[in-house]
Design a protein. Structure first.
Length: 135
């Protein structure tokens, strides 16, 4: 009897911990330049306290707060230009306690708004969403 209860509790814990991340529910809710990791907004651009940069030659996007305490840098292996395109990129970003670096992530370009220069990218394997802007 105790084993059945233990197995039932173990299975329920496994099902609860299996979080599904849907790109449209996580990434598409963001209109500003931002970084979302496993459903948590790690960085969101605020025009009053942040800056951003784009280097076309290096295919690099940067967003940071004014004192550089919070930031992310996305360096793509190639130019992003079309929806559905996949691009390999390195990502460096701050968390509450340290700086994380993710190498050779594959992002899919999920959405483009040419008028604003914004691009929505999603890395399915790591559940990372990024909204960047070319200007």
């Amino acid at each position: 009897m105790k084993i059945k209860i233990f197995v039932a509790l173990l299975l329920s814990a496994v099902f609860v911990s299996c979080e599904e991340y849907k790109v449209d529910e996580i990434l598409f809710t963001k209109e500003e330049v931002s970084l979302i990791v496993k459903g948590v907004v790690v960085f969101e651009y605020d025009g009053d306290t942040c800056q951003m940069a784009y280097n076309a030659r290096n295919n690099e996007f940067r967003a940071m707060d004014d004192d550089m305490a919070d930031y992310f840098v996305l360096k793509c292996s190639s130019d992003i230009s079309t929806e559905g395109q996949e691009v390999v990129a390195d990502l460096k970003y701050t968390t509450a306690s340290n700086v994380r670096t993710e190498k050779e992530l594959t992002f899919k370009v999920e959405r483009i708004l040419p008028a604003s220069g914004k691009y929505w990218l999603w890395c399915q394997s790591k559940k990372i969403g990024v909204v960047v802007r070319k200007f």
